[in-house]
Design a protein around this ligand. Structure first.
Ligand code: F6R
Length: 365
């Protein structure tokens, strides 16, 4: 049932504040602002490293997770798409744990990677939406994302719930490893707890602008997305979402890679979507934006109030989100990315919930 939405994808985008709140309450105490201890099957305290593997959007969630586990828990993370991971013959050791992320819990390559790590003797964690799935069954520790059924082929709420779960786990791991003080824990969890309300506000705030901007975006054949830090995986996710449902060719790049190649493509026919909250990397990303502007590139700037106030660059559009804490920025900044792809696809008349050639669950290699 789509309720009063045109597509499941739209419904699932708007469900996010509610399902994230539900997911969070499983991993953190929303009143006390403390994390619940991570599953005993994985002893984060003793770990020397984490190997993460997944496909598509779930892989991109894992890439955000890498930044968090390394930053908050000082856990070195190896991450790869499952189709490569399973054949890389990477050396693994039992003081690493392996984490697999899958909405369906049935993705063939992800399952094969899981079995590879299991054979190597690693403890296995699974971040899944479908709790009865094969991946969940074969894991030592299951971390449900509690997003509810996701019908739209393009993943939206599963992505942000995967992020919310991993943010909570990274904080729990940091705490277990003695790296996060009680005070920092309270701050981080308080930010997570505020997120559902902020997401609701943002969804209402940006909806009209996303609809009008998507009309403009639909005229282009190619789009480039740029971001740094945790906004880099978001740039990849933005490009993936746009191409899979609107069929517009899109690429995501780390902003710092611009001058190592993609800058050659910049002209007035290829808009550049820059994802840049006012974080530690902001000035660097703005200087990349300047390079785009100097070559006549059209910029769609997704930033926050501070970022908008401190950049004087002319843009095709600036999407201004509220200033939010760094740990919740990836979830909040996912919203304009999802809505932009959604409305562009609707405007172009594609089959949003069932894009051509794609399946919701990929059980073959
Ligand atoms: C993109 C998308 C796919 C899936 C990928 C993994 O919107 O939905 O890229 O993320 O096929 O699927 P799961 O998470 O079921 O393993």
């Amino acid at each position: 049932d789509k309720g009063n939405h045109r597509h499941f994808m739209e419904k699932e985008i708007y469900e996010q504040p509610e399902v994230i709140s539900h997911a969070l309450s499983h991993y953190v105490d929303l009143a006390d602002h403390t994390v619940r201890p991570a599953d005993v099957a994985i002893d984060f305290k003793a770990l020397r490293g984490l190997a993460i593997s997944a496909c598509g959007t779930a892989y991109l969630a894992g890439l955000v997770g890498k930044y968090w586990f390394e930053r908050y828990a000082r856990l070195p993370v190896e991450i790869d798409v499952a189709s490569e991971f399973r054949y890389r013959e990477m050396p693994l050791s039992v003081d690493q744990a392996a984490l697999f992320i899958s909405q369906s819990g049935e993705t063939a390559d992800t399952l094969a990677s899981l079995r590879y790590c299991k054979d190597a003797g690693l403890k296995i964690g699974a971040i899944v939406n479908v709790k009865e799935s094969t991946i969940a069954r074969e894991a030592d520790a299951v971390f449900p994302i509690l997003a509810g059924p996701e019908i739209g082929v393009a993943s939206t709420k599963a992505f942000t719930c995967q992020l919310a779960v991993m943010a909570s786990l990274a904080v729990a791991a940091g705490k277990a490893r003695g790296l996060i003080s009680a005070e920092d824990e309270k701050d981080l969890v308080r930010h997570l707890a505020e997120m559902p309300r902020i997401m609701s506000k943002v969804l209402n705030l940006i909806q009209p602008q996303m609809e009008s901007l998507s009309r403009e975006l639909s005229r282009f054949k190619d789009v480039l997305y740029l971001g740094r830090g945790t906004s880099y995986p978001l740039a990849l996710e933005g490009a993936l979402k746009l191409k899979e449902i609107s069929y517009i060719h899109a690429e995501g790049y780390a902003a710092g890679e611009l001058k190592h190649g993609p800058i050659a493509l910049i002209d007035e026919n290829m808009p550049v979507i820059v994802i840049a909250p006012h974080d530690r990397f902001f000035d660097k990303t703005v200087s990349n934006m300047q390079e785009v502007a100097a070559r006549g590139g059209k910029i769609i700037f997704i930033t926050d109030e501070k970022g908008a106030a401190s950049s004087k660059l002319e843009t095709m559009a600036t999407i201004v989100l509220p200033n939010v804490a760094e740990i919740i920025a990836p979830m909040v900044f996912s919203l304009p990315i999802q809505l932009l792809a959604y409305h562009t696809a609707v405007f172009m008349g594609t089959d949003v919930d069932q894009p051509r050639n794609l399946a919701k669950s990929v059980t073959v290699e």
